[in-house]
Design a protein around this ligand. Structure first.
Ligand code: PMP
Length: 423
């Protein structure tokens, strides 16, 4: 039964942490949505490569050549992982935030941008120099599509436009109707970028099937280390724009001009936006994680994770003081990311108690999605001063998020449910 497959081995499985009640316990990392633990396989691959690493695209030495090959082959691995189209470019960045800021820097003149207020700040904020339309939070996936369609219908149909949408919410874990939003965008001549930071670690993402124009994700949420990310998709806007960073690697030729200035011919490949010595280890780690997830198979990963989602939902539903946050309703499909508030508790104190008394690491706060969390908590009646109370006192407007994935053993989820019930 794929739903009962063993978790993938990850780093940190044996880390023990002290409890305030005395003794120690193995750490239950239930904050995958912030950063997932690296796969053991990624660590092993990186360790095997580390003695051989060298500068890429520069050296004539054997190890430089080897590193260049691994670096460039990693693009191919990521392209296969995302099922990209011929001609799509894979640009290595630092993170999803970096990828979306890069795309924002590549928008054509007079581009209109459409983004739901429910986005993570990384998807919400990079477009502020363009003409942005912020769309109100929809309460069903269908309403998301009609809201977007209505906004696009009012726009100048001949000007360039971009829609930015998340695949899975980092707050509610809910899946967004990416295929339908993409169809709506394209029907109105707009392009679309998918923020897959929370989707790619949990579901297969096919650029070809979804028909999105770009996809962004981060290595550290995909079981690789920090510091590397991906922007994949259409080459044209990327190659018409000035390089994101000016420097070596992005420039094909540089020469002094007769007038004393410098003349630069920039690359028209992904290298155009990868100036400077790249994060070879981080890129290789992303490629290793992509291979590991594909080999395990998303059918198995999804089946197993959904079993854990069901267990957490069922456990939380038994506690009347718990309210799970959701835009699209309790039965909406979601990844292993669940946020909630507990009546009578400040969320920060609750998260601290999970850590101190049970060795469970979750996140509390507004999850870099302030407008979304405000919308979700605004519809939750609370006593003043309690978590979710609609005042702006630091620490009072916040929620608790539990998140998990391919490396999570059943015991972590069981301990979490027991802890919530006891608290
Ligand atoms: N988008 C979403 C949906 C996210 O959850 C996150 C990270 N929490 C980001 C973007 C930004 O990712 P990073 O911090 O790796 O740039």
């Amino acid at each position: 039964d794929p739903a009962c497959a063993a978790p993938l081995p990850v780093l940190g499985r044996d880390v023990t942490v002290p409890l305030v009640t005395g003794g120690e316990v193995t750490y239950a990392a239930l904050d995958y949505a912030a950063s997932a633990p690296a796969l053991q396989r990624v660590w092993d691959d990186v360790a095997a490569y580390a003695p051989y690493y060298g500068s890429v695209h520069r050296g004539a030495g054997y190890l430089s050549q080897l590193s260049t090959d691994l670096f460039e082959n990693s693009r191919q691995t990521v392209a296969e992982f995302l099922d990209c189209r011929d001609g799509d470019q894979i640009v290595f960045t630092r993170s999803t935030t970096d990828s979306l800021n890069l795309l924002a820097a590549c928008l054509p003149a007079d581009c209109q941008v459409f983004v739901f207020e429910t986005e993570h700040h990384a998807s919400l904020l990079p477009w502020r120099d363009a003409q942005v339309t912020y769309l109100n939070a929809p309460r069903t996936p269908e309403e998301a599509v009609t809201t977007l369609e209505r906004a696009l219908a009012d726009r100048d149909p001949y000007g360039p436009a971009l829609v930015c949408v998340t695949g899975a919410s980092n707050v509610t874990g809910e899946l967004w109707p990416v295929r339908e939003l993409t169809a709506a965008a394209h029907a109105h001549g707009a392009r679309i970028v998918l923020d897959a930071a929370q989707l790619a670690p949990h579901h297969a993402v096919s650029v070809r099937d979804l028909d999105v124009d770009w996809v962004a994700f981060s290595g550290h949420k995909l079981y690789a280390p920090f510091g590397s990310g991906v922007l994949a998709g259409r080459a044209d806007w990327l190659q018409s724009a000035e390089p994101y960073l000016a420097g070596g690697g992005a420039s094909r030729q540089v020469a002094r001009r007769a007038d004393g200035g410098v003349e630069v011919e920039w690359h028209t490949t992904a290298a155009r936006h990868e100036a400077g010595s790249p994060n070879v280890i981080g890129v290789y780690a992303i490629a290793s994680a992509c291979k590991a997830l594909r080999e395990e198979g998303f059918d198995t990963l999804v089946a197993r994770e959904q079993r854990l989602v069901t267990a957490v939902r069922a456990g939380l539903a038994e506690v009347p003081e718990v309210k799970v946050l959701s835009l699209f309703g309790d039965d909406a499909p979601r990844v292993g990311v669940i946020s909630f508030v507990v009546q009578g508790w400040n969320s920060s104190h609750f998260a601290a108690a999970l850590s101190a008394e049970y060795g469970i690491g979750v996140r509390d706060g507004l999850f870099c999605a302030h407008p979304l969390v405000r919308t979700l908590l605004g519809s939750t009646p609370q006593e003043p001063g309690e978590c979710g109370a609609p005042d702006e006192t630091p620490g009072s407007l916040n929620a608790i998020r539990v998140s998990f994935g391919a490396g999570t053993p059943d015991e972590h989820v069981e301990r979490f449910v027991r802890a919530v019930k006891e608290l």
